[in-house]
Design a protein around this ligand. Structure first.
Ligand code: 1CP
Length: 375
């Protein structure tokens, strides 16, 4: 059992992370790091061995241990379940593997109507029971600690990008060709992937996750008009289908400065911001109704501590400027988010780079806690 971080009132579901996502008062700004489990941690390399990432994920006790390692190491306010956005696709035998050093690769990419037949519905309990099992193990370990467990799924556009491109892409040429030349097929694909994300997140939350993040990592490849037509509807559908769970949602993408307002309109409680847009400017774009997550540049974490320290303070001051700008009295925007808005969850602007010194991230987490502690 981990020591308590959230104080006596922080029972399951009312952790500092959850409160900040909903824009409620918090004892300090919560912090976690995207991709906090992983190759930057020596204990990760030791525990994980040399097998494929997908086999580590399907070993629930190992996945639970890898999920908890960064909580112990960094003193963060949340664990994110050790899994991957392509796990549901893999579990329905679409033919995806994760290549070391490259990422997800799909043997037969999705290019035509026939490929829809290869995409059967994802039934978490039957296809990937190890995900909920890992979540249950982590949730039991975190009970009473005040540390939240975050579940996640890939947003439909980002999962589709791997399916259609066949692997990581710079140009997203095949994806754009498909969406623009066969928009009805694209919509059917998006609807299937929305169902997949909903099933996946629901299973994680029912197993104990107290919040969830939709990773739309590559949405920044789209123009605002493309995002609105080809990505937003499915993401909005995922969020509305999960609203009954009552847990906060975070929607994150990279290079999405021009999309932040549209992402807010999808209805998440929290909009994740990469490092390119200061949080006070992000607040102007998103409006007052959401909390914000971010946004220290992960590459900056490779610099000496005084540089990282100053950059962390800069993020915190932009966040507090953004909080005063989100006075609910001046709130005229309308959307479906249930939260009060205005909260801040400290994070990086994208995932931890493997070269990062774990001591630097520990120092960032400690600094955020000290600087934002409220009596
Ligand atoms: O073998 C390995 O160690 C490979 C590295 C790795 C890891 C540690 C991959 C392959 N996936 C994961 C686990 C993972 N993936 C986690 C849990 C770890 C944690 O956060 O603590 C999470 C949240 C993900 C989510 C994920 N996978 C995203 C969204 C986050 C992001 O970085 O934007 C994406 C885009 C993926 C695809 C993916 N899986 C793996 C890689 C290297 C990639 C990215 C490839 C690319 O550049 O397109």
């Amino acid at each position: 059992m981990l020591s308590s971080r959230g104080g006596p009132d922080a029972g399951a579901g009312d952790t500092c992370l959850v409160r900040a996502c909903f824009g409620k008062p918090v004892p300090h700004t919560p912090v976690w790091f995207m991709r906090q489990a992983g190759r930057s941690l020596p204990e990760y390399r030791a525990a994980r061995g040399s097998g494929s990432i997908l086999s580590a994920i399907s070993d629930a006790p190992l996945a639970a241990e890898l999920t908890l390692q960064p909580v112990r190491r960094y003193g963060v306010d949340a664990a994110i379940l050790f899994s991957d956005i392509v796990v549901p696709l893999h579990a329905v035998d679409f033919g995806v593997e994760v290549e070391a050093g490259r990422g997800p690769v799909v043997a037969q990419p999705f290019r035509s109507e026939d490929d829809l037949d290869r995409l059967r519905p994802f039934v978490p309990e039957a296809d990937a029971p190890y995900v909920a099992e890992a979540a249950r193990l982590v949730a039991a370990e975190l009970a009473e600690s005040g540390v939240a467990l975050i579940g996640f799924a890939g947003a439909p556009f980002t999962v589709a990008s791997y399916m259609v491109e066949g692997g990581p892409s710079r140009t997203f040429a095949h994806v754009k060709r498909l969406m623009h030349s066969a928009p009805e097929l694209w919509d059917r694909l998006m609807a299937r992937l929305a169902d997949m994300a909903v099933a996946s997140v629901r299973a994680q939350v029912l197993a104990g996750a107290q919040a969830f993040q939709l990773f739309d990592s590559w949405a920044g490849a789209l123009s605002p008009a493309e995002y609105e037509r080809f990505a937003l509807p499915a993401t909005r559908s995922v969020l509305s289908q999960l609203a009954d769970l009552g847990v906060p949602s975070i929607l994150f993408g990279v290079g999405t400065g021009e999309l932040l307002a549209l992402m807010g309109s999808a209805g998440p409680d929290v909009v994740g911001v990469d490092w390119r847009v200061p949080l006070d400017e992000a607040r102007r774009r998103v409006g007052p109704r959401h909390s914000l997550q971010g946004n220290l540049d992960p590459a900056l974490c490779l610099a000496p501590w005084p540089v990282v320290e100053e950059a962390t303070r800069t993020v915190l001051s932009a966040a507090s400027a953004s909080a005063s700008a989100s006075d609910p009295a001046s709130n005229s925007a309308s959307n479906s988010a249930p939260s009060e808005g205005g909260g801040h969850v400290f994070n990086l602007g994208h995932g931890v780079l493997p070269e990062t010194d774990p001591g630097i991230l520990r120092a960032v987490a400690d600094l955020v806690h000290e600087e934002t502690a409220r009596t």
